[in-house]
Structure formats: structure tokens, C-alpha cells
Design a protein around this ligand. Sequence first.
Ligand code: NOJ
Ligand code: CA
Length: 702
Amino acid sequence: MLLKRIFFYLLSILVIQNVTAQQKPLQTAMNKMKLEFRLDEKGTPLYALYYNNKPVIQPSALGFSLADDSTFNYGFKILSNEKRSVDETWSPVWGEVNKIRNHYEELTVHLQQTQKANRLLNIVFRVFEDGLGFRYEFPNQPNLKYFIVTDERTQFKLSGDHKAFWIPGDYDTNEYPYTTSKISEIDNKDLVEKSTDIAVRVAPDRSAVQTPLMMKTNDDLYINIHEAALINYPAMQLHVDNRSYTLSSSLVPDAIGNKAYLQSPFNTPWRTIIVSDKATDILASKIILNLNDPCTFTNTSWIEPMKFVGVWWEMQTGKSTWSYANNRDEVTPDGNLKPNGKHGANTANVKRYIDFAAASGIKGVLVEGWNTGWEDWFGNWKDKVFDFVTPYPDFDIKELTHYAAAKGVKIIMHNETSGSVTNYERQIDTAFALMNRFGYTSVKTGYVGKIIPRGEHHDGQYMVDHYLYVIQKALQHNITVDSHESVRPTGLHRTYPNWMASEASRGNEYNAFSNGNAPEHETILPFTRLMGGPMDYTPGIFKLKGYSSVPNRQVHTTLAKQLALYITIYSPLQMAADFPENYEAKKDAFQFIKDVPVDWDDTKILEAEPGDYVTIARKEKGKANWFIGAITDEHNRTATIPLNFLDKGKKYNVTIYADAKDTDWKTNPEAYTITHVVSDANSILTLQLAKGGGAAISIMPL
Ligand code: NOJ
Ligand code: CA
């Protein structure tokens, strides 16, 4: 009897201790940002994030469903936890700034699921001054060796019905315009079904959105949710519960519906939540880069940021074609493809671009449509449509290589896969060997269309693995990559600086083959797509109307705004996308494109509001020159820019490329003014931006 009493007494102490231990959350904080972690009564891991003691993320569940255990999200106990602080500074190979501080408080929680096989799961939290990153770690363990994730069950319980800037949760494309709405109003069904611009498949979850998801609360807090270091795992989308304002991770499935095939030990990508009461801080955040691993190779001298022109806009606007022939079956009497007379990538035309690049001090010339296969690139031959090494008869690769080299210009390779990814993997060594042989150092890849043969999704684990496989192969060949139609970036350019840019969003090209991008589009991109890394947006269109045979088609910006995009859309690869003749016609404005660099020592986000305006100043790498880009949405606006970041006591030549008095993106987009003034650190510039307009400024020491 007594023994029994003692037993129950001890048990009750244990239970009470356990409950109090579970209820008192683990905490870690940095300045205004605080993270709490605890288990609920069912042993479900919960985390919460506070900014200035106000909840940004209310207690939200963490965990997984596995193929052999749909309940890997409760029944956990905390085995132990540990903390550490890190404060270090590193330098990127190229970037917006030359030094990045990585400063965080880390909490690692070691969990064990008690009722089933004692499986282990760690959750690592890093609290930064401007937000949180956390990831799951599956330690090496006998009872969880090879496993299939059927769902990740991470939640983000928002504190209210925030304003959100979103694109629908399509598994295969991110080339959507943004919708701005309340969280409670998110519904992408109509959007996806009505979309005539893109060959999308209907998103199976009408309430899912893609990340980076930008939000603004009613009391003006800015919150951005994305992920960092997406490796060997599907992209995370967010399912939106319109009533409880809860976002849940929704991983892009594979062709049969599974999410990820893993082997322990394994770390998931980091889930990131960037928070500030200033929109400019969101754009300045380095959390996503900091959560990626450092670059592991030391010889990076071959990685070269550059501007480029290209045989490209002519195909986009229908002036010429990628293909040399209209189709495979049309042949000449001697059995060769019958030329259609409109092929853009012919030797003479490519030389024209090389001459223009050389005369303008532009390093690269992209040539699309140089290789056989384009005559049926969507069609019957898809599995082996391209071999990536056989030029069309009118593209003299040897001659052009010598011609470009003699003029100090690099031709940029183009490898469109048309979704035939297994074919590309089979050919890639030969393709990159050809590049090495002819001195190509940079490739633009593309994944238009359905991924064959299995119908994997563009953003699923299989393709995430493929994109990185290409980057690693490219690394072996000293090649840099600009990927189109790939998964949106997650800061992997820290680890792999040869992955210089991707498209992974709705670029300027949509102004050529669709109704285009709304004037607000480029004011949202920095807060969404660009949070993960550089974008090949292809700015610099000067002929803003009359470039298309489709009536009323036009670019939805002014010319000055096209110039400003070289600053507001960051990329170490920037295209001057228009035709040489359109630049020749406006040489004074083209001077800005000639001058603007693509690699920076410093960046100041001067003003920003998602959907409305962005003004950024950047200092050229290794030089004393500054460049400013200011853009607005469909409203005109006055941008007031104090130049207090300039060196005190120095005088600067300032050239302002601005909208003219009567400029308007719709009625008069090409009117601009160029003004020269001398300024110093005490000067304040006042710029009038037209509707859909912008301004670009170069500032060089006297
Ligand atoms: C889509 C890309 O975004 C575009 O830049 C390219 O020209 C075409 N695919 C063809 O590869
Ligand atoms: Ca594209």
C-alpha cells in the first residue's frame, strides 16, 4: 500500500515536472525578434515568433507525415536542447554588397517520438535581428533510414487578415502576374483557369500560393515568408486557410503524389520569416543568403558578372525565328532542312550583335536558336529534340568564335531543353565540352513545357535535383548558368556563385507575347521573387510601342523606368534586351546602360513600398561611382533622394535620366530628359516620376 502511494507520489511529481517543463517554452531572441518553442499536451512541436513582443506567428505546429507514419507530428518529448550565438562577416564572390554580417542566436531542440520506434527529429531555429530561419534535421538513426515524406506539416499562423502579394500555387510555372488581396480573399481558381498567357496546368489546390510571399499587417508590419537552401527537396508552397489566416506548407509533389524521398541524416531547407516595420529592411535582409552554406571552391576568378545583348528580342517579337526551317518534314531535294528565310541566329546577324556589343563595352552576346531542333521543339521529337552541339547550317560556330574573341566579346550559349530533362542529362557532358572547346563560359538554360518522360513538376524534388546537377556539372567545366523556367531561387548562389541568375518569374518578355506586366509588377518583384536571388528580367527595351504585330501591344513602363530597372532588379547578369538599332536611335539614353555596372560594393534601399515604389542606390564595385534607380507603379510620384551616402566634401557629376513632363507609360512612354548637375553629400534630388515611370541616375566623382 505504502509502496503504491510512494509510486503514485513520485509519478505525480514526474508528470507535473514534465507538464511544467513542456509548458514553459524554450526561448531565444535577438533585439526585437523573439522565438518560443514548446510541445503541446499531445507532444506536438509548436513555435511562435514575436516582434516587439507582438505575435508575428502565433503558436504553430511543426512536423511531418511519412509514408510509413502519418503521425510524425506529435507524441514527441524533448530530449535536450542547446544554444549558440554566431556573429561573423563574409564576402560574396559578387553581389549587392561586398560584406555580409551573419549574426544570429541559435536554438536546437532534440526531439524523440515516444510511442513509435523512438524516432528522432531535431529542429534548429536561428533568430536574426530581422527574422527567423528554421529547419528540420533527421539524424542518422536505425528506425528512420530511407523514408518518403508525404507531407511537411509546418504551419505559419498569422496574427490577422494581412494584405498579401501572391501568385497561385502552380507546380510548373511561376510566370504569373501578382495579385494583391487580403489573406481571406486568396482564391486562385479563376486566375489559373482564366490565364491565357501561360501553358499552365490547373493548380490542384485553389488556395495555395507560392513563396516568397510578401505581406503587410494592418498596423504596418512587413512580413516575408520563403525558404533558403532548397536542396534535394521539393519547393514549399503555402496552403492558405482563409478563415484562421493559417498558412501550411504544401510541398510540390512528384509525378505520383509523393513529396520527397530522403535518407537520414538529412536537413530540410530553411523556412524563413523576415519581419520589419520598414519595407526597406525587407529588401536589405541577408537572412536567406546567410542560411546557405559558404562557397566551397576557392578559384572563382572565372566567374564574371556581365551585361549582354542578344539575338533574342527579335524572336520574341516575331521579327525572326529560333528555327531555321518551318518544320522537319520540309526538306530540299538533297534532303536538307528547307530554310524559312527568317532564322535569327545566322552568322551575319550574330556578327552585327557582336560588333554592337564590342562598340558599347558590353561583354556578352546571347544567341538563341543556333542549334538544330527548333523546327519541332514542342512536338513529336521532344525526347531527343536537341543535341546541344549541332549548329544550323547558317551558324558558323568556328568563325563566330574567332570573330567574337578578336573583339573581346563572349558568346553566351543557349541550351533550351523544352522539358526533355533526361535528354539534357544524357548530353550535358558533350554540351559543356563543346562550350569549353569554343570558349563559351556562360549558358542560359530553359525548361519550357511539360517535363518528360514522367511528367515530374518543375518545382518538385526531381527537378530541384536536376537544376543543381546542372550547376555542379557546369562547375566542373568553369561555366556559369542563367536558368529559365527553373524553380525560384533560395540563396544557393552563395554556395554556387556560378549559378548567376535565373528567370523563375514573369519577365519583361511577357510584354512581347502576352498582354504584359502591369506597371506595378516591378515594384512587387523585389519583395517576392528577388528575395531568393538575382533575376534575368531582360530590361532595357527602348522601343516601347510598335514592336509587335499584335495591335495595342506595348511595354507597360516608360523608357526611364526601363533604365531604372538595372538598379532596382538586382542581377550580376543584365541584358540590354532591345535591338542595336533602337539603342543607336537614342544614344544619349543608352549611355546609362553602357555605364551601369553589374557588381556592387554597397547598396542602400532608400524608399520602398510593395506594389507602389522602390528607390535603390548602389556603389560600383571597386570604384567611387554610385547609381540610383527609382520606379513607381501606375501612379506618378515625387521621389526625394538625399545623397547623404556620398563621401563628405567630394563633388560629383550627376546625370539624371528621367521622365519628361508629358511622359506617361500608356500614351507617351518614350519621352525622357537627361540633366547634368554637380552634387555632394548635402544635396537632395527631387525627381518627378510619370505614371508607370522611373528615373536612373549615375553619380561619378568630379
Ligand atoms: C523562355 C525563356 O524565358 C526565353 O527567354 C527563351 O527565349 C525561350 N524560352 C526559348 O528558350
Ligand atoms: Ca520564361
